[in-house]
Design a protein around this ligand. Structure first.
Ligand SMILES: [Zn+2]
Length: 108
């Protein structure tokens, strides 16, 4: 008898929620999940953008006089130099090229 009751309860539940309703409920759950994922992705993007912005605003300064380094257009090294000529920041590639040119002065 109890088994019969259980079956009947099951059927009642099925009747209570039509397939259409169940689909809509499932869709809603998916929407909520998607929205949550979007929010997370959006937040993460914002954080990455903030980090990139923060990195860009850090300008190299001279460790000696703390003045902002300026681009060296004079010698075409592509590097940054202290306006007081205390020193310079060059990419390693630029330094290697320069050393190469010094080592082989006649090649160009
Ligand atoms: Zn300096």
């Amino acid at each position: 008898m109890s088994a019969g009751a259980a079956v009947r309860r099951g059927t009642a539940c099925e009747e209570f929620m039509s397939n259409d309703e169940k689909d809509r409920y499932g869709q809603k759950l998916q929407d909520v999940e998607a929205a949550r994922e979007n929010e997370w992705a959006h937040k993460r993007d914002q954080e990455l953008i903030e980090k990139m912005r923060a990195k860009k605003t850090v300008e190299p300064t001279c460790p000696e006089c703390e003045k902002k380094l300026v681009r060296d257009d004079e010698h075409g090294t592509g590097g940054m130099v202290c306006p007081e000529r205390h020193g310079a920041w060059l990419s390693w590639d630029a330094i290697v090229k320069m050393l190469d040119r010094l080592a082989h002065p006649g090649s160009r």
